[in-house]
Design a protein around this ligand. Structure first.
Ligand SMILES: [Zn+2]
Length: 470
């Protein structure tokens, strides 16, 4: 659903074929390598020397906590009676500097049979697992790189040996936690009694743009299981086109757009919202995010909604009382391009000129004139006539959303460039690499984590639990 096709097509025309370099006269020299610098060696030496000492220092701190808790019997959370020591075992877990261990006492309530291990509860670690801060670093790596690559990065950056599967598990647990948090946040704000940030400084205008793109999904819901001695049944053929739509929304303040160089705009801030699935949820999330930011004073804030022609966007946009709907300018042009290519020929000057005129007129707010001109055209073939009718219908249905001259004057902007670049950053860069197929849960969890990073809210993850996932 990219509106950039028209622009891309223009660029493609200018691309030159690659010419192989001529062979040099002399035989080539193998490229030289320099010695590793002295300072680099010093850095690494100190790191190697102090790493075990960091581990030792950390182990000492753990021991001190264990000592301080020794001899204190916890109280049963159900019947409030003191619990009794049941047994003691050595427990270990993996942290950034290596493996730690502690002698952990287990207490049991003689009545309710409830069990507790106060040392582990206090430290917030799980036996045999990765520690909380290491888990968050590993999750960070895999938010930017595929699991196998993240495992390599863990070794190169953190000197931690972990399998891709180990990283996958950590990402599932933290991702589930982050996904639940944002889900609960939108449920909370869907209730009129919720408290958002103060709207005292709510902006007069906020721009909200939404877009969707397809994610390749795994076809099989479950792994095949062998039954008795029977051989595994062959896999059903993979269906073509098993896709699900990821919807991305961007919130920004037009007053925070800055022109970095003539014609190039960039943003001071923007907030991203994402959802794999239905349209109602993405709008509930956008609304919750607006409330969290204190950007929505219902009576005064103008909500500018930029979208392509998709009905699901305009249907939900109605939830904002004060709103301005804008059809993305590039989508509007892209529709004209499809007709122009067919009518005047791919790459013809006539097509270029025709589009240029339409672009200029639309920008000037002359959408009705453009429609009238289209209606006067007499295409030669039934196919062309059908294309033209489609274009006229599209412009007529959206004419009220194509008052581009007014939007430009008001400073609202006319294109959904922000959401398209955001979408590429959130989705394409991590989820649409060659051959990637996602499970619904896997994609939802990793999306939630990636949003925390891109919204500069990674620290929030420290305060979310590592939930267990099936
Ligand atoms: Zn009890």
């Amino acid at each position: 659903m990219s509106a950039a096709c028209g622009k891309r097509w223009l660029l493609a025309k200018q691309r030159q074929p690659h010419k192989p370099a001529a062979e040099p006269a002399e035989a080539p020299q193998r490229p030289a390598l320099q010695e590793v610098s002295q300072f680099m060696l010093l850095e690494r030496e100190v790191e190697l020397q102090y790493r075990p000492r960091m581990l030792e220092a950390l182990q000492n701190k753990v021991n001190a906590v264990a000592d301080s808790l020794r001899g204190q019997a916890p109280v049963c959370s159900q019947c409030h009676q003191p619990m009794q020591r049941h047994d003691t075992e050595t427990v270990s877990w993996l942290a950034r500097f290596g493996r730690l261990s502690a002698l952990v006492a287990r207490f049991r309530c003689p009545v309710c049979k409830d069990e507790r291990r106060p040392l582990l509860d206090y430290l917030g670690v799980e036996p045999g697992r990765v520690s909380g801060s290491l888990a968050r670093l590993l999750a960070l790596l895999t938010v930017v790189a595929p699991y196998t690559l993240a495992a390599q990065l863990a070794w190169l950056l953190l000197s931690v040996k972990i399998s891709p599967m180990g990283i996958w598990k950590v990402a599932q647990r933290l991702g589930e936690s982050a996904a639940r948090y944002s889900e609960q946040m939108s449920q909370y704000h869907a209730d009129s009694r919720s408290e958002g940030a103060s709207t005292q400084d709510a902006p007069p205008v906020v721009v909200l743009s939404v877009d969707g793109s397809m994610l390749g999904m795994q076809v099989r819901k479950q792994r095949r299981r062998r039954q008795g001695n029977e051989p595994l049944r062959p896999l059903p053929p993979v269906e073509e086109g098993k896709f699900q739509e990821v919807k991305t929304g961007v919130l920004l303040l037009p007053s925070e757009r800055v022109e970095t160089s003539p014609g190039r705009h960039s943003l001071v801030r923007r907030f991203l919202v994402c959802h794999l699935g239905d349209a109602d949820t993405i709008f509930a999330r956008l609304y919750a995010q607006l409330r969290e930011l204190g950007w929505l004073d219902t009576a005064n804030t103008m909500v500018v909604i930029v979208g392509d022609g998709a009905e699901w966007i305009w249907n939900r946009a109605k939830m904002f009382v004060r709103r301005c709907e804008i059809l993305d300018f590039w989508h509007a042009l892209e529709h004209a391009w499809s007709f122009a290519r067919l009518n005047y020929g791919e790459g013809s000057q006539q097509a270029d000129r025709w589009i240029h005129q339409i672009a200029e007129d639309l920008r000037a707010g002359k959408v009705q004139e453009v429609i009238a001109r289209l209606k006067r055209m007499r295409p030669r073939t039934p196919e062309l006539r059908e294309q033209l009718q489609g274009l006229i219908a599209y412009y007529s249905a959206n004419a009220e959303r194509m008052r581009y001259d007014e939007y430009l004057l008001l400073g609202y902007g006319i294109g959904s460039g922000a959401v398209e670049s955001a979408h590429k950053q959130v989705v394409h860069a991590r989820f649409r690499q060659a051959g990637m197929r996602w499970s619904e849960a896997g994609a939802r969890r990793l999306l939630a984590l990636r949003l925390l990073l891109l919204n500069d809210q990674w620290a929030l993850l420290d305060r979310l639990p590592m939930v267990s996932v099936a």
